[in-house]
Design a protein around this ligand. Structure first.
Ligand SMILES: Nc1ccn([C@@H]2O[C@H](COP(=O)(O)OP(=O)(O)OP(=O)(O)O)[C@@H](O)[C@H]2O)c(=O)n1
Ligand SMILES: O=P(O)(O)OC[C@@H](O)[C@@H](O)[C@@H](O)CO
Length: 418
C-alpha cells in the first residue's frame, strides 16, 4: 500500500488482519469447534477469511488456531484457494491467541519468516463472518488517527450488577453504554506494546483489546457505529442464523437458459415473468455446446442458480456442458450452485414416460457433480393442452424458488413435477 493509498483503500502504509480462531466453542456445544463447523458445506472460518482476502488493501491475514487444528486450517486454505493467509498457533485464551498472531510481525522466535509489519492491524473474531469492507475501512482510518478503534452496537439488554446474595445490586443506564463488537483496529506498535505489558490476569481473563490499549498505552479507542451483522457466532442458534443468512444471499439471482426452439423460449419467458418479482432474473437463449460470452459474464457475476429448460428426453449432455462451464468459472469453489434441469413434456399423444433408467441416470449424474459443489435437480414441466400452461409455469416457478432457497443436498437427482 502506498503512503498516499489508493481511492479504494486507507492512506496507510500496510494493513494486516489477525483472526483469532483458537477457541473450543464450548457454548455452542458439539465436538467440532464452531469456527470449523460447516455452513452450506464450508467451514465458518473460511467465510471470515474470504471477507478479509477480498479487501485488496489488506496485505496479510493471520488465522490463529489451536495446535491440533493447524493442519485442518491449512487444508481449508488450500481447498478454498484462500490467499494472503498465514496460520499461527493459538493460546489457551483469546488474548493469548491474538498476541501470538501479532508476534508473527515482530522479530522473535515465533516468526521464522518475517511478514511485513503493518502500520495498522485489524483484529477480528474468526466467528464473525459477516464483515464488509466499509466497516473495516472505518476502523482502520480511525485507528490511524486515534491509535485504536472498535466497532460498537447498541445494547439489547440492560446491564445489571448482582450483589453477593445474588440479588440485584444496581443496573446501568443502558443508553450510556454500548456493546463492544469486532472488527477492531490498532496502530500495530500500540497494541503490540500493550500485549507485551499485559499481566497473566489480563491475558487469561480479559476480553477487550480496546481496554489493553487504554490501560497500557493511554490510548482511548475511537468507537465506530457498526452494523447489525457484525454479531459473533456463539450459540447453536447463531450457526442456524448464519446458515439462513448465507442461503438468502445465494438466492438473489437466477439464470434461465433455453435453447432457441420457440416452445422452449416461450416457457422460459413465462418462467422469467413468474420469477422476476421474487428474484433477479437473467435469461439466455443459447446452444450450450458453444461458448457464450453472455453466459460467461453471468458466471463472473457470481450467479449461483441456473434453470436449464429443454424439450429433450435425455438432456444430460446439455447439463454436462453447463457443469463444465461452471467448474471452469470457479463459482462452485466457495458456494454450492443450484442447477435445475427443466424438461418440457409437450407430447400430447404419447406419454413422456421418463423411464426408470433415465431417473437412475439423472440421480447418478447428480451424485457425481455434487462432489463439485453443484446441486442438480430435475423438474418436469407438463406443456400439454390438458394442462393450462400458465398454471404449470406458476408451479414450476414455485418449485424453482423452493429449491433455490432450500439448497438441500438430500434432494439432488430427484425429479419434481410442476
Ligand atoms: N483460546 C482462544 C479462545 C478463543 N479464540 C477465538 O476468539 C474468538 C471469540 O471467542 P469466543 O466466541 O469466546 O470463542 P470460544 O472461546 O471458542 O467460545 P466458548 O467461550 O463458547 O468456548 C473465536 O473466534 C475463538 O475461536 C481464540 O482464538 N483462542
Ligand atoms: O468474550 P468472548 O471470548 O465470547 O468473545 C470475545 C468478545 O468479548 C469480543 O469479541 C468483543 O467483546 C470485542 O472485544
Amino acid at each position: 500500500m502506498e503512503p498516499g493509498g489508493c481511492e479504494a483503500g486507507p492512506a496507510v502504509k500496510a494493513v494486516a488482519a489477525v483472526l483469532p480462531a483458537g477457541g473450543s466453542g464450548e457454548r455452542l456445544g458439539g465436538a467440532t469447534p464452531k469456527q470449523f463447523c460447516t455452513v452450506q458445506g464450508r467451514p465458518l472460518v473460511s467465510y471470515t477469511v474470504r471477507a478479509m482476502e477480498r479487501v485488496s488493501w489488506i496485505s496479510d491475514i493471520i488465522v490463529v488456531v489451536s495446535p491440533e487444528n493447524i493442519e485442518t486450517m491449512k487444508s481449508i486454505i488450500e481447498k478454498y484457494g484462500h490467499k494472503k493467509v498465514t496460520v499461527a498457533e493459538g493460546g489457551i485464551t483469546r488474548h493469548r491467541s491474538i498476541f501470538n498472531g501479532l508476534k508473527l510481525f515482530s522479530e522473535n522466535e515465533f516468526s521464522n519468516h518475517l511478514l511485513q509489519k503493518p502500520e495498522v492491524v485489524i483484529i477480528h473474531d474468526a466467528v464473525r463472518p459477516f464483515v464488509e469492507e466499509d466497516i473495516l475501512l472505518k476502523v482502520v482510518m480511525a485507528a490511524k488517527e486515534h491509535g485504536a478503534a472498535g466497532a460498537i452496537r447498541p445494547l439489547v439488554s440492560t446491564v445489571i450488577a448482582s450483589a453477593a446474595d445474588g440479588c440485584l445490586d444496581h443496573s446501568l443506564e443502558r443508553a450510556k453504554y454500548r456493546a463492544s463488537e469486532m472488527p477492531q483496529a490498532f496502530l500495530f506498535d500500540i497494541i503490540y506494546q500493550a500485549y507485551q505489558q499485559c499481566t497473566d490476569y489480563d491475558l487469561d481473563y480479559g476480553t477487550e483489546c480496546l481496554h489493553l490499549a487504554l490501560k497500557y498505552c493511554k490510548t482511548n479507542a475511537k468507537l465506530v457505529e457498526g452494523t447489525a451483522d457484525l454479531w459473533k457466532v456463539t450459540y447453536k442458534r447463531d450457526l442456524y442464523a448464519a446458515e439462513s443468512i448465507i442461503k438468502d444471499s445465494l438466492s438473489q439471482q437466477i439464470c434461465i437458459i433455453t435453447d432457441v426452439k420457440e416452445a422452449v423460449v416461450q416457457v422460459g419467458f413465462l418462467l422469467h415473468e413468474c420469477l422476476r418479482s421474487q428474484i433477479k432474473v437473467e435469461a439466455v437463449s443459447v446452444s450450450l455446446s458453444k461458448g457464450n460470452s453472455h453466459l460467461q459474464n453471468i458466471f463472473s457475476g457470481q450467479c449461483y442458480n441456473f434453470v436449464c429448460i429443454n424439450d429433450k428426453k435425455y438432456a444430460t449432455e446439455e447439463i454436462q456442458q453447463l457443469v463444465n462451464m461452471l467448474e471452469e468459472s470457479n463459482i462452485p469453489l466457495l458456494h454450492p450452485v443450484v442447477l435445475i434441469s427443466a424438461h418440457l413434456n409437450s407430447l400430447e399423444n404419447t406419454s413422456f414416460s421418463i423411464d426408470l433408467e433415465e431417473l437412475t441416470r439423472m440421480k447418478k449424474f447428480a451424485r457425481e457433480v455434487k462432489r463439485k459443489n453443484i446441486l442438480v435437480y430435475g423438474l418436469l414441466v407438463q406443456c400439454k393442452d390438458s394442462f393450462p400452461l400458465q398454471e404449470t409455469v406458476n408451479s414450476a416457478a414455485a418449485l424453482t424458488m423452493a429449491l433455490i432457497k432450500d439448497r438441500n443436498p438430500e434432494l439432488i437427482g430427484q425429479l419434481l413435477v410442476a
